[in-house]
Design a protein around this ligand. Structure first.
Ligand code: EPU
Length: 300
């Protein structure tokens, strides 16, 4: 019996075989996942992980695919997408609890509606709560890690655990979850402080409007590279002459050089080889080694 058939008997959720990842990533590229599963509750996720670890299958969890470059050959093993209960947001001032798949912008809006401050820095960034915690996403107005009280996780072995803030290892654009791949973020509890909801909402709208103006709107994964300490990857790429570089259907945006856009015809290989060209260029011109911010996944 195939792994997909075993999993179908175990979890009441969507189980798809050979599911193209191009439909699950904002870059719009990526070959098939052997098995693609949508799970709706923490208990189902724990049961699924217990099965996966006993069967020794490779696995990965995706958020909304906004920061993910999947290879053209696709992903061997099981790709897990969190839906249902994982999309819920519950506000009990000053506490906000959100499932890992809730959009961080929607959580920030809900906080503002309840006159709660602390998520306005990250509330303008695309992506899910889980993805934002993994990346410790945010802006100069604040990073998500600063307001995380605890994170509920399901372990690779299928156990449910609660990690306190100090166990999450938050750093600039980083957290424990980037290196400890045995933990799946299921939900996050934020401890916020009283604020002026209307002013926060105005700020969120203003930054979102500016973002639309200063960042390209095509198929992308947001910023491709991390900003090096005290510098901007976009500035470095632009001044090295990177804007407009092209590799097949992949192009460095003319609007913001840290965006690599799929013009509609790009393959994952186009995007990756253009990204490597950009890194070489910045290394040669500036002596700076750019690090990927996008997560690179699949069989290359
Ligand atoms: N710049 C250039 N050329 C470019 C792009 C930027 O010279 O092509 C210069 C800008 O003029 C500015 C500086 O670089 O002086 C910084 O640019 P920007 O304000 O656009 O911010 P950023 O550092 O490039 C960061 C985040 C973005 C986030 C913005 C706004 C990183 C890697 N990126 O970009 O996040 O939207 O601030 O808050 O930290 C993302 O998470 O995917 C993302 C794009």
């Amino acid at each position: 019996m195939s792994a997909a058939e075993d999993i179908r008997r175990l979890v009441v959720a969507a189980v798809l075989e050979n599911e193209p990842m191009s439909g699950h990533t904002t870059l719009g590229v990526g070959g098939p996942a052997d098995v693609f599963i949508e799970v709706g509750t923490e208990d189902d996720l724990a049961a699924l992980m217990g099965f996966i670890s006993r069967a020794g299958l490779p696995w990965m969890v995706i958020g909304d695919g906004a920061n993910l470059l999947v290879s053209d050959k696709g992903i061997r093993g099981v790709v897990i997408s969190l839906a249902g209960e994982f999309e819920k947001v519950d506000v009990r001032p000053p506490i906000v609890r959100a499932g890992a798949s809730a959009r961080i912008s929607a959580v920030a809006d809900a906080a503002a509606e309840n006159d709660l401050s602390g998520l306005e820095g990250v509330g303008t960034v695309p992506g899910t709560v889980g993805g934002a915690v993994v990346m410790n996403a945010g802006t100069h107005r604040g990073y998500i890690g600063e307001v995380v009280e605890n994170v509920s996780v399901v372990t690779e072995a299928g156990e449910k655990r609660l990690l306190l803030h100090e166990e999450c290892g938050f750093t600039y654009r980083g957290s424990r979850f980037q290196t400890d791949h045995s933990l799946i973020i299921a939900g996050v509890t934020f401890h916020l402080r009283p604020g002026d909801g209307a002013a926060i909402q105005r700020h969120l709208e203003e930054v979102r409007r500016r973002r639309v103006e200063s960042q390209p709107q095509g198929k992308s994964a947001g910023c491709f590279f991390k900003n090096p300490p005290n510098d901007s990857a976009g500035r470095l790429i632009e001044s090295a002459g990177g804007k407009g570089l092209r590799e097949g259907g992949a192009v460095v945006s003319d609007i913001h050089a840290n965006f690599i856009i799929n013009d509609g015809s790009a393959t994952a290989a186009d995007l990756r080889s253009l990204a490597e060209r950009v890194r070489r260029l910045v290394r040669e011109k500036h002596g700076v080694e750019l690090e990927y911010e996008v997560r690179i996944a699949g069989e290359w």
